[in-house]
Design a protein around this ligand. Structure first.
Ligand code: FAD
Length: 388
């Protein structure tokens, strides 16, 4: 006899466990199957930036709803997500200043606390930053970063208290259907049955889609990051920053600064490749880039570097919704930006599965069918910068 559940979620990254948390809140007993261990994929490697600046309204809405969880974690979830408020600065190329203004206006309509600041303001916030190229920037005083592994563990622990289960070391190898409807999964630990199956397998989700007979445009995205020991002159902390002008982001963590680059992130590699080490040349490029924005970082030292893999789609937005056999849902393709939205995405997916429609945020634009329908997502005031 096979083990059974109301809903089976494939993958115990932050997205899978967020969905388990919200389904359990609604009284279901979901089962999460994970081939390695919780947060062993992109989640455990994530830089954990928590901010609301996007050029697509629904992205901002998902991040804003999620932000209520991050800053009220103990009350809304329990345990800790390690949220640290640093303030967040979005820097853009001077040619994108008008787009920045339009996007900030959209974010304000959504309720996000965000200001426009100039180079002098930036210098007051972060005296060691080079600001000569800055015309206008967006500043979110309440944003910052959280700890992705802690976040995932807290969500799963809270889900477990309400009856959810997690089975680790359990690799899904096949999807079973009956009369055009999902009926269960073949795994390394035997057969599990459920009327609803959700693909939250991150960079591996393309393989799961194939098991379900789906032919969707889905790729893998590799991203390296490094920690630099900050010289004391930079001070005890600094804001979290996305710096489109230098194709980079960075944030503090204790006396270290985490740096990631927007360029040089290869597509199409096997997500099973070594991600414990950064790729050759990454550290040199990262150091050159952070020294452009914080010149005194020349006196810093490398602490560590590693990589990670996420799933990516052609418009760099997730695939959320039903596709393939009845009862099969996609919750994947977060394209390097799915940590900060996970609490709200899980909530919206639970509404979609249980009520037929997401109420909290309209997630219909993320339909997995949009590529076949020629409806790729793009912001009204999209920046030229994108992951590549
Ligand atoms: C280096 C890096 C930095 C990032 N920084 C940020 C950031 O600052 N802010 C932000 O918002 N986002 C960031 N992201 C993106 C974010 O981390 C991801 O979008 C998010 O973690 C994706 O979560 P997930 O649950 O979809 O995937 P994952 O965390 O990858 O989880 C998928 C899980 O599925 C499991 N799995 C796969 N195949 C199977 C199978 N056959 N059977 C069972 N289990 C399976 C995997 O083992 C894995 O644990 C970053 C990503 C990377 C790689």
């Amino acid at each position: 006899m096979s083990d059974s559940a109301d809903v089976i979620i494939i993958g115990a990254g932050v997205q899978g466990v967020s969905l388990a948390f919200h389904l359990a809140q609604r009284g279901l007993k979901p089962l999460v199957l994970e081939k390695k261990f919780i947060a062993s994929g992109a989640t455990g490697r994530s830089s954990g930036l928590v901010r609301m600046h996007y050029d697509v309204r629904q992205d901002t809405e998902l991040a804003w709803v999620s932000f209520q969880y991050f800053r009220n974690w103990k009350e809304m979830v329990g345990g800790s997500c390690g949220f640290t408020r640093t303030g967040f600065v979005q820097l853009v190329a001077p040619s994108d200043t008008e787009k920045l203004k339009a996007n900030v206006a959209m974010q304000r309509q959504t309720g996000v606390p965000v200001l426009l600041i100039d180079a002098d303001d930036l210098k007051r916030l972060a005296p060691t930053f080079a600001a000569d190229d800055v015309k206008l920037a967006a500043y979110e005083p309440e944003s910052g970063y959280a700890m992705p592994s802690d976040t995932a563990n807290a969500l799963m622990n809270a889900a477990r208290l309400k009856g959810a289960r997690l089975i680790q070391d359990c690799a899904v190898a096949g999807i079973m259907t009956n009369g055009g409807r999902v009926s269960g999964l073949q795994t390394s630990q035997g057969v599990f049955s459920a009327p609803v199956i959700v693909n939250a397998a991150g960079a591996w989700a393309g393989r799961i889609n194939e098991m379900a007979g789906l032919d969707l445009p889905y790729d893998t995205w590799r991203h390296d990051t490094m920690f630099v020991a900050r010289p004391p002159q930079v001070g005890p902390s600094h804001p979290t920053v996305i710096d489109f002008a230098n194709e980079m982001y960075f944030r503090p963590e204790g006396n270290l600064t985490l740096v990631g680059l927007e360029d040089g992130n290869p597509l199409g590699e096997s997500p099973d490749n070594d991600a414990d080490h950064a790729r050759p040349g990454f550290v040199e490029r990262g150091i050159e880039r952070i020294c452009r924005r914080i010149p005194i970082m020349e006196n810093g030292g490398l602490h560590s570097a590693h990589g990670g893999y996420d799933g990516i789609t052609p418009d760099q937005h997730p695939m959320l919704g039903a596709a393939g056999p009845d009862g099969f849902y996609l919750d994947c393709g977060f394209s390097g930006t799915g940590f900060k939205t996970a609490p709200a995405v899980g909530l919206c997916m639970s509404e979609l599965i249980l009520d037929g429609k997401a109420r909290t945020v309209d997630i219909s634009i993320y339909s997995p069918h949009r590529f076949a329908e020629g409806q790729q997502i793009t912001g009204d005031h999209a920046y030229s910068s994108a992951w590549h």
